[in-house]
Design a protein around this ligand. Structure first.
Ligand SMILES: [Zn+2]
Length: 357
């Protein structure tokens, strides 16, 4: 551990370009001082506030504004690769393409790829709750990762231009209008209702006018209204344990985005089937008491496919097709998560607010 001043600056690091090493973009960022909150007063050259001399603690080149967090320190710390379809895939490419179209484990990748391929590359991206980072965001610009896990940030710093260890309960530690894009995957559902609004207001504040928010927001679907027993067992074992607090329905989550001037122009739904049988939900399923027939069946499937990769892959594809059909038929109120791409308006609401004060 080193203390700011003597620490190497993150400007020395460069980000992976669109497709890995070779096209690297240096990126300089300034932090908002957590002490005097006077705007862009801490540079990543020395991590000392040029107004109040506040010194940011630096761990392995990562400025740290947060206390250690036991729950999140080791959650999702791997870097997520580009989907196989975006890399050379050889003679099996049609099989890879079919798998990409059907397989439930690619549902998020399909959305991210669709969104990213239609957006221009700009200067800066902020990934909040970044875990170990996601390579696909480097196509949009130089990425700064923000997380309360130093383990994840050490990993993300191999891909991203810069990383900051911070607790989002204290806001986003960047000056107003710093980023062209802000992404937050599986973050909003980890905050209490009151803090959720603060977080969205912070995302709005840190986006440039006309900037874009891309997010995956965890929600709770009507399935658990219809089957409360399944709901309570699943929520206790599978959802709360990962840190999700008081999930709301998708319609409310969308309304909340609109209230914060984040206009959603691309929406996709996540279904009740949680991504992949090999995912971390599998172990939760196995621990659940088989109180209902549906849960008993889910546990049986999980047990069969857990140690068989081909069976797991096929199960994910079958469920991917069923999930898509169910979501199309049932609609947004049944979704267990929403994937959104939202534009911040080009009008400068932040400066209007400051002037009013
Ligand atoms: Zn300061």
């Amino acid at each position: 551990m080193t203390v700011g001043g003597s620490a190497p600056a993150t400007t020395a690091r460069t980000s992976s370009g669109p497709d890995g090493p070779g096209t690297r973009t240096p990126f300089v960022f300034r932090l908002r001082c957590p002490n005097c909150r006077q705007g862009a007063c801490i540079s990543d050259a020395d991590y000392v506030c040029d107004r109040c001399d506040f010194r940011v603690v630096v761990h392995d080149g990562i400025p740290s504004l947060a206390a250690p967090n036991e729950l999140y320190e080791n959650q999702c710390t791997n870097t997520l690769e580009l989907p196989l379809i975006d890399r050379p895939c050889g003679p099996l490419k049609y099989l890879v393409y079919l798998d990409f179209l059907c397989n439930e484990r690619h549902r998020r990748n399909r959305f991210f790829r669709h969104v990213v391929n239609r957006l221009p590359r700009r200067e800066s991206v902020l990934d909040i709750g970044c875990g170990g980072g996601m390579k696909i965001w480097t196509r949009l610009g130089a990425v700064v990762g923000l997380s309360n896990s130093l383990t994840g940030l050490r990993q993300a710093s191999l891909t991203y231009s810069g990383c900051v260890h911070a607790d989002l309960h204290q806001g986003i530690p960047f000056p107003d209008e710093s980023f062209d894009y802000i992404v937050a995957c599986d973050v909003v559902g980890h905050f209490e209702e009151s803090v959720r609004d603060l977080l969205l207001a912070e995302i709005h504040r840190c986006l440039k006018p006309g900037g874009r928010f891309i997010g995956v927001i965890e929600t709770i679907g009507k399935l658990y209204d219809v089957n409360p027993e399944l709901g309570s067992a699943y929520i206790d074992a599978g959802i709360k344990r990962a840190g999700h607090i008081g999930l709301e329905q998708s319609t409310r989550a969308l309304q909340r985005l609109a209230e914060h001037d984040l206009v959603c122009d691309r929406l996709e739904l996540l279904g009740p089937y949680p991504g992949s049988v090999e995912g971390f939900f599998t172990q939760y399923f196995e621990e659940l008491p088989a109180r209902t027939r549906l849960l008993g069946l889910a546990k049986l499937v999980a047990r069969v496919v857990r140690h068989n990769r081909i069976a797991a892959r096929l199960t994910d594809s079958v469920f991917g097709v069923i999930n898509s059909a169910a979501l199309w038929y049932l609609g947004v109120e049944w979704a267990e998560g929403i994937m959104v791409s939202c534009q911040r308006s080009t009008s400068d609401r932040t400066s209007q607010r400051v002037q009013c004060e």
